[in-house]
Design a binder for this molecule. Structure first.
Ligand code: IMP
Length: 432
């Protein structure tokens, strides 16, 4: 039963898009089940370079059915823009389906996102501004609109009217001068209904049939485990569950049907927005990696904070997700360094910690304990076999395997689909 999840093991931006694009070539279904257009998956393949925010990366496999599942917060305006861009590049979106249970991101969610951030101006989350937190907030408060509402124009207006009244009340109480407009929203969403209506359906029967016949299903994670609402660095987290369990829940796949979890990690750390990053490099080395690796957000263009690989938080995210294997990306970005560091543990008040403290104030006070390894100072791009990597790079990867206790099955050495070393198949073998 090959249901495989690809999940970020750090703070997002680990290079999941590349891995999912690669694995999607063998998938019958590729499913996004959490997050929204706060995600930015960069994919470089023979069709071109794409930044996807909502459409699953499986869209480049003309045989795969792509699904946006109930757990996603879906902004229909952004989805339509993305579909238009893909179609203009000759990529078919005919096999894209949208769950009628998915929450809709509404224009007032974007206004509320901004107002909330302004309200906590001294200590912002650093959100992407895509309305994701407020949209999930409405879901939990059970006042959200769902994609299925687009199919019922008779009741849509009444629902929007109630929701706008509530949202405008909140905006007023937060001191925002912005207000949402019922007529504008209804008109726009009626247009989205025309365009997206044929793709919207109850996906549950299709998913359970796919599971029953052992179809290969790829679950596409967005963000990363340290941004998970429950398990991440709360409150500096996103609004959804970015873990393997969160992905299963977001589609409605029984845990029993699940086969395998791939954790995607970058060879160093990056984080956009606020929150702890104990290995952060606030010096020329950090600046060098940021520039060389072009560490700027795919969604917001913001400069990403950069640090060394942190095996303390990574050990934690391996445990939370039960990863079977690691896909380690962007090794080539360290090619020119004379030495590289791995954080093996933290020191806090004279004590050695192997796992991160749950309390953020303590987390922020942790001092990383580093192991310094010799750099390889050779170009690794174009290498196809693990044995052909410089011995220092092999050592670096083997140290990560030892520190995390699971194998590194794929090594990314460049943005293209083909630029990787595959040590073991990422899909389970037929008997797996
Ligand atoms: P939100 O998801 O826009 O509410 O942002 C909450 C936090 O998650 C902020 O620190 C964002 O920078 C971060 N975040 C959200 N989506 C992504 C992503 O796809 N990659 C990296 N960081 C993200």
């Amino acid at each position: 039963m090959p249901v495989v999840a690809v999940v970020g093991g750090q703070w997002g931006d680990e290079g999941k898009g590349k891995i999912i694009d690669l694995m999607a070539q063998e998938a019958e279904f590729v499913i996004r089940s959490q997050g929204g257009d706060n995600a930015g998956h960069t994919v470089v393949n023979p069709l071109g370079e794409f930044a996807l925010h909502l459409v699953p990366c499986g869209v480049f496999n003309p045989e795969a059915v792509c699904i946006i599942a109930p757990g996603v917060a879906l902004n229909p305006a952004i989805l339509i823009e993305e579909i238009d861009r893909l179609q203009a590049s000759g990529v078919s979106t005919d096999r894209l389906l949208l769950s009628d249970r998915a929450q809709m991101v509404m224009p007032y969610h974007l206004l509320l996102d901004r107002a909330l951030e302004n309200q906590r101006a001294d200590d912002p989350i650093g959100t992407t501004g895509r309305g994701i937190g407020p949209a999930y907030g409405d879901k939990v408060a059970r006042v959200g609109l769902r994609m299925g509402d687009l199919l019922h124009p008779d009741t849509l207006e009444a629902k929007v009217r109630v929701a706008v009244q509530r949202a405008n009340g909140s905006l007023g109480s937060m001191g925002s001068s912005q207000r949402a407009d019922v007529e504008q929203i209804v008109k726009a969403y009626q247009g989205y209904a025309q365009r997206l209506g044929p793709m919207i359906r109850d996906i549950a029967p299709m998913v359970s049939q796919a599971i029953a016949r052992d179809a290969s299903i790829l679950l596409e994670g967005a963000q990363g485990t340290l941004l998970d609402l429950d398990h991440g660095n709360y409150p500096y987290v996103t609004g959804s569950s970015c873990t393997v369990a969160g992905l299963l829940q977001g589609v409605g796949i029984p845990p029993r049907a699940f086969s395998r979890a791939i954790g995607v990690y970058k060879a160093y750390s990056t984080r956009v927005g606020s929150g702890p990053l104990p290995t952060e490099l606030l010096d020329a080395t950090g600046e060098y990696i940021r520039e060389r690796a072009h560490e700027f957000g795919a969604t917001t263009g913001r400069a990403r904070r950069v640090g060394w690989f942190d095996s303390v938080v990574s050990r934690y995210t391996v445990a939370i997700n039960g990863f079977d294997a690691v896909a380690l990306t962007r090794i080539d970005m360290l090619d020119e360094m004379s030495s590289v560091k791995l954080c093996t543990a933290y020191e806090l008040d004279g004590e050695r910690l192997e796992l991160p403290p749950s309390n953020l104030d303590l987390h922020a006070r942790c001092q990383p304990i580093y192991e310094e390894l010799p750099g390889w100072r050779k170009n690794t791009r174009g290498t196809d076999r693990f044995e052909d990597l410089p011995k220092e790079a092999i050592h670096f990867i083997q140290r990560i395997e030892a520190l995390l206790g699971i194998p590194v099955n794929l090594i990314g050495l460049g943005p293209e689909r083909s630029e990787r070393i595959m040590r073991q198949p990422l899909w389970p073998l037929a008997s797996g």
